[in-house]
Design a protein around this ligand. Structure first.
Ligand code: URA
Length: 239
């Protein structure tokens, strides 16, 4: 075939709708000992296919759907939760239950929407009975989160709850000790905050209450985002 014909074939609808190359199951690391090198995934969708076949830890045996993320994959803020619950396991989307509804309200309260954030979790599969993920499970799933951070390239990472802090930056202190203080990690700014599920159990809005503290932390995240945006607008444009 002449090179031009081959080129024109790419415009042919049959060629465009051909299924992509199937992922070879034997190439998928099913053991947590096999590394997932940075740059393995070209897109969140490719990673999601892989996560839905993953057995790097025991959680793969009981999941309905792996929960990879939602929101804007080019967002400046990446939000990291602990792990999917029942609603998330069923839908394949993070933070869609009661805690998720509260998270959306919290974001809205500082003028943020889905367009400003990408939301994911430390572990992509639901721990049975919504228990806390183990260190082993978090370690097995970590390469996926690192790939998400590489793809989204956020300036700010919001770590909701102690598991998110422990799983990403390795700090094992309780969330009440570390919330509200910026942590620099791999050239990015991480803000540990309370998990929305904790706020559901602590409804007071009094000064010093968990909800009030969350509000202070979110104002600080909003201010940092505005600062980063102003910096990138004033930076000389690369031609
Ligand atoms: N809690 C989390 O940490 N993540 C979810 O996706 C839902 C609830």
């Amino acid at each position: 075939m002449a090179p031009d014909d081959h080129q024109m074939d790419l415009f042919n609808s049959a060629a465009v709708t051909q299924p992509s190359e199937p992922v070879e199951p034997e190439l998928i690391p099913t053991s947590a000992r096999v590394p997932v090198p940075p740059g393995t995934y070209a897109s969140m969708e490719k990673m999601s296919e892989h996560c839905n076949r993953c057995h790097r830890c025991g959680l793969g045996a009981t999941r309905i759907k792996a929960v990879v993320g939602r929101g804007n994959p080019q967002a400046k803020i990446l939000i990291v939760g602990e792990g999917p619950g029942q609603n998330e396991d069923e839908t394949g989307l993070p933070f869609v239950g009661k805690a998720g509804q509260l998270l959306d309200k919290i974001l809205e309260s500082v003028g943020l929407s889905d367009a400003d954030v990408f939301i994911g979790n430390i572990v992509k599969c639901r721990p049975p009975d919504n228990r806390t993920p183990t260190q082993e499970e978090m370690d097995a799933c970590r390469p996926y989160l690192l790939e998400q951070i590489r793809m989204v390239d956020p300036g700010i990472i919001l770590l909701t709850g102690a598991s998110a802090v422990k799983g990403l930056v390795g700090d094992k202190r309780g969330i009440t000790k570390i919330r509200g203080e910026w942590i620099e990690w791999e050239g990015r700014l991480c803000m540990p905050v309370f998990h929305p599920a904790y706020l559901l159990r602590n409804q007071s809005r009094d000064k010093g209450s968990p909800k009030w503290l969350m509000w202070q932390d979110m104002k600080s995240v909003r201010a940092k985002l505005d600062e980063l945006r102003a910096e990138s607008e004033s930076a000389p444009q690369k031609i």
